[in-house]
Write a protein that binds this ligand. Structure first.
Ligand SMILES: Cc1cc2nc3c(=O)[nH]c(=O)nc-3n(C[C@H](O)[C@H](O)[C@H](O)COP(=O)(O)OP(=O)(O)OC[C@H]3O[C@@H](n4cnc5c(N)ncnc54)[C@H](O)[C@@H]3O)c2cc1C
Length: 311
């Protein structure tokens, strides 16, 4: 049987992939989205999204993603629910193998997202979204007048700890480093931390998250003495890294040191006809607003790329 050749195949139906789909479909491109799990991706996990423009009272992630899906269907986008296992991207015509099919297209948009790394302590799953967060832009404003714990001392952790002091009454930072050793690029930042609002708990790791319906305290362990102690806190922000789902193109497309796909401002990767958008790419702000912007840009570039191929 002859394999159908799509104009563009988008891998991943999160906010980035769905937006790219809407734009591709509306510009007349024959578009397929392949999704291995559920439509909506990471945003489905957000019970309340308060910073996506257009919803002054916030919106549930699931509801927002349902609306994106409806709009993609209305734009003529087709969907397959399969897991992409491998890609052949070095020729003009790209080939995509899933767990049970093979597809072809002239352009591929990688929108496979990623996951924030978790600490793995007792109670973490229970309090996810109920005090434990990975995103101060999303949940920082909720910490007004509260006590907060931040995990990590990398660039994001330190910057976000300072950011949180404008809302929270006090911010503890748990660091598994010896006294005085930050992981962030600017080691001098320690001098600038507002001592009256931030305290670093050196040489500690999180043992357990506790509370009833919402996080109310964290049990830490001193890494030398193994002694455990409690810190009362209402929110805990984990900043120990993010893992982009870029394994499909590892070794064939340029990635940064954290495995994010490197793109230019047009969302083009180092391989012609292959674009990357949303959380899977190297970027400074991983949010819905930036995922949708990436999707719109990539789709408009794909349209130009395909028109040029056809001429
Ligand atoms: C806890 C939490 C709360 C957040 N809250 C907010 C908020 O309030 N506001 C905000 O703006 N942002 C928020 N964010 C960030 C936001 O959710 C992400 O930036 C956004 O959802 C990323 O969209 P994406 O499409 O790039 O990736 P994703 O949503 O991760 O979508 C990627 C999709 O690709 C699929 N996929 C992966 N590999 C394959 C494969 N091999 N084959 C087929 N499909 C595949 C996945 O199943 C997934 O559906 C939050 C993030 C987290 C973790």
């Amino acid at each position: 049987m002859k394999t159908r050749v799509y104009d563009v195949i988008i891998i991943g139906a999160g906010a980035a992939g769905l937006t790219a789909g809407i734009y591709c479909g509306r510009s007349g491109l024959d578009t397929l989205i392949i999704e291995e799990d559920s439509i909506g991706g990471l945003a489905n996990k957000s019970y309340h999204i308060g910073n996506y423009p257009g919803f002054p009272n916030g919106i549930k992630g699931l509801d927002l993603m349902d609306a994106f899906y409806e709009q993609a269907l209305a734009a003529g986008v087709q969907f397959r629910f399969e897991s992409v296992q491998s890609l052949q991207i070095d020729k003009i015509k790209k080939s995509i193998e899933t767990n049970n099919c093979r597809y072809e297209s002239y352009a591929v948009i990688i929108a496979t997202g990623g996951q924030p790394k978790k600490i793995g302590a007792i109670g973490e799953e229970k309090f996810m979204g109920k005090g434990i967060s990975f995103c101060t832009v999303c949940d920082g404003a909720e910490t007004k007048g509260k006590i907060v714990m931040v995990i990590g001392t990398g660039d994001t952790a330190i910057d976000q700890s300072i950011y949180l002091t404008q809302f929270a009454d006090f911010v503890f930072i748990s660091s598994n480093n010896p006294i005085g050793q930050l992981d962030c690029t600017d080691k001098e930042k320690l001098k600038w931390l507002p001592q009256e609002k931030i305290k670093v708990l050196w040489n500690t790791k999180i043992h357990e998250f506790c509370g009833t319906d919402h996080l109310s305290k964290v049990v830490l362990e001193d890494m030398d003495s193994k002694e455990r102690f409690q810190v009362t806190c209402d929110y805990c922000f984990e900043f120990i890294g993010f893992t982009p789902n870029s394994v499909l193109v590892e070794g064939r497309i340029e990635l940064d040191k954290d495995s994010g796909i490197v793109t230019n401002a047009k969302m083009e990767t180092s391989n012609p006809g292959v674009y990357a958008i949303g959380d899977v790419r190297k970027k400074v702000l991983k949010q819905l607003a930036t995922a949708t912007a990436d999707g719109a840009i990539a789709a408009s570039e794909v349209k130009k790329y395909i028109d040029h191929l056809i001429k």
